[in-house]
Design a protein around this ligand. Structure first.
Ligand code: ADP
Ligand code: MG
Length: 483
């Protein structure tokens, strides 16, 4: 095979003589520029500019990329153009290959935001001893470069969680152990945990900081059991300096994993090592978690992230716009658009970010300034969803209609199946479709205890998974309520 490509057919003798490689980095620089016109500036900045030229041997042009996804995407969407332009430039390219740079995640904090390809290439090339360490010698999960304290916008709803995270990230003597962060989806728990890890590793590179999700913890645990490596597992986890476990509600009900987690946790806390935990609800509310674990989790500092308010949402939007601006200079947003979005879009920051990303993509596709019209047009579904606030009353009424039971029965203490089930469905829907807490829902539906609601939600989730009829009914009800 090598012989076939070995002659570098298209290369000018000069290039060939100069490097013997067929294409130099300089050549690529020039080819890249011609591609800018062909693919448009946004595509160029997002995809082409980020390719790192590695080599061109025997007709094989190799790039380093940050993720497999990036390689796939470039190959699929721009592969032919790259090849054609290379050949036009006088370099024979038969094939493109993309190698994922394993240390890409380790680039310093803002490399991802940098629009300067040189700076990026440099930071990519930097050895990543510190980060591999922060990732716990493969024990933990990789950290997202974007999730730093610098990029975290602080407002009333998250200021306590932010302050506590900052304090822990300063290192030094452990003041509260564990730090337990909880709050709804998309409110910044994972972001804060990664920020702590980045900061700690910057301040104290010698610390072994391990971040992973509870699910990954379980997976490692099961693997160790299977491979009869429990001693290694225990030793490894007991030797870290800072352990962060994200979404710990995941191990509720999984008894042996819980047990192992508890022992690891205790061993670390006893040694004065910092532990940081997150969950989607408070320790007391995590059903299926052993009481001794619940109480142990509450020993430290428990702080919650509240749903975002208008100011925080606006702050986050402004910050995201800044970041995009540093990448795509020609971004124009009409006055009032961000305020409009902050007003109209829900609590979940992930949804907010998604809306903004879509808006940017839309604007760049149609080449228009981002105006209020464009926003309402391109985000109509998100806006509609956020608009529609389903009330407890509607949920109870529609559920009664659907199952043909009387409201007074739904609210009564009756426990017969034909009434208890619709009641559980109403509780489940209330949890899904409103912002109400378990106690609030219980109170509203016949003055019941929050544990009853938690049980109902669990029960319905279970039934949905097992029984497609129930799943369909609930889906139908949900759609009727959201319509
Ligand atoms: P959670 O883990 O609580 O579900 P994440 O930490 O994954 O939420 O946050 C969801 C998204 O919202 C992330 O992209 C994150 O960067 C962003 N985000 C959340 N809160 C903030 C904030 N206060 N400032 C900036 N970005 C935020
Ligand atoms: Mg998370």
């Amino acid at each position: 095979m090598a012989g076939r490509f070995g002659d570098c057919r298209g290369c000018s003798p000069e290039q060939f003589g100069k490097t013997g490689l067929g294409m130099t980095e300089d050549d690529w620089g020039q080819i890249r520029e011609t591609l800018r016109d062909m693919v448009g500036n946004n595509n160029y900045v997002t995809w082409i500019e980020k390719l790192k030229f590695v080599s061109c041997h025997n007709g094989v042009l190799e790039f380093a990329v940050k993720t497999t996804f990036m390689g796939d995407w470039v190959s699929r969407n721009f592969g032919e153009k790259i090849q054609a332009q290379s050949i036009k430039h006088g370099c024979q390219v038969d094939r493109l290959t993309f190698t994922v740079e394993t240390d890409a995640r380790a680039t310093p904090r803002h490399a991802a935001l940098s629009a300067n390809p040189d700076a990026q290439a440099k930071s990519l090339a930097k050895p990543a001893a510190r980060t591999t360490k922060a990732n716990g010698d493969l024990l933990g999960a990789p950290l997202d470069r974007r999730f730093t304290f610098d990029s975290f916008v602080v407002g009333k709803p998250n200021e306590l969680a932010h302050a506590a995270s900052r304090r822990v990230a300063e290192g030094g003597p452990v003041t509260f152990n564990p730090l337990f962060l909880y709050g709804g989806v998309g409110l910044g728990k994972t972001h804060l945990m990664h920020a702590i890890a980045w900061e700690l590793q910057e301040r104290s590179p010698e610390l072994r900081v391990v971040y992973l999700s509870a699910e990954q913890f379980m997976y490692r645990f099961i693997q160790a059991l299977r491979d009869k490596q429990m001693m290694d597992f225990k030793e490894l986890f007991r030797s870290v300096d800072v352990l962060m476990v994200d979404d710990v509600q995941f191990i509720a009900g999984k008894d042996s994993t819980q047990d192992e987690f508890f022992h690891t946790f205790n061993a670390l806390v006893d040694q004065g090592k910092q532990v940081i935990i997150s969950a989607d609800r408070s320790p007391g509310e995590i059903d299926g978690l052993e009481d001794r674990i619940k109480s142990r989790l509450q020993w430290g500092l428990v702080v919650d992230l509240h749903p975002t308010d208008y100011e925080l949402r606006l702050g986050i939007l402004q910050q995201k716009v800044e970041v995009y601006r540093s990448q795509f200079q020609e971004l124009h947003i009409a006055d009032g658009v961000l305020e409009f979005l902050a007003h109209r879009i829900s609590n979940n920051v992930r949804v907010l970010e998604g809306a903004l990303t879509r808006l940017f993509a839309f604007a760049s596709l149609v080449g228009r300034e981002i105006t209020l019209d464009l926003a309402t047009e391109s985000l109509s579904d998100i806006l509609r969803q956020s608009d529609r606030k389903v009330t407890m009353d509607e949920i109870m009424r529609k559920t009664c209609d659907f199952y043909n039971v009387r409201m007074s029965d739904l609210l009564s203490p009756k426990r017969s199946r034909n009434i208890a089930r619709p009641r559980q469905v109403a509780m489940y829907l209330a949890k899904q479709l409103t912002q109400r807490s378990y106690p609030e829902i219980g109170k509203r539906i016949g003055g019941r205890d929050h544990t009853t609601v938690i049980h109902a939600v669990r029960k319905i989730e279970e039934l949905k998974a097992k029984d497609s009829q129930i799943a369909e009914d609930i889906e139908l009800l949900r759609r009727m309520l959201e319509a």
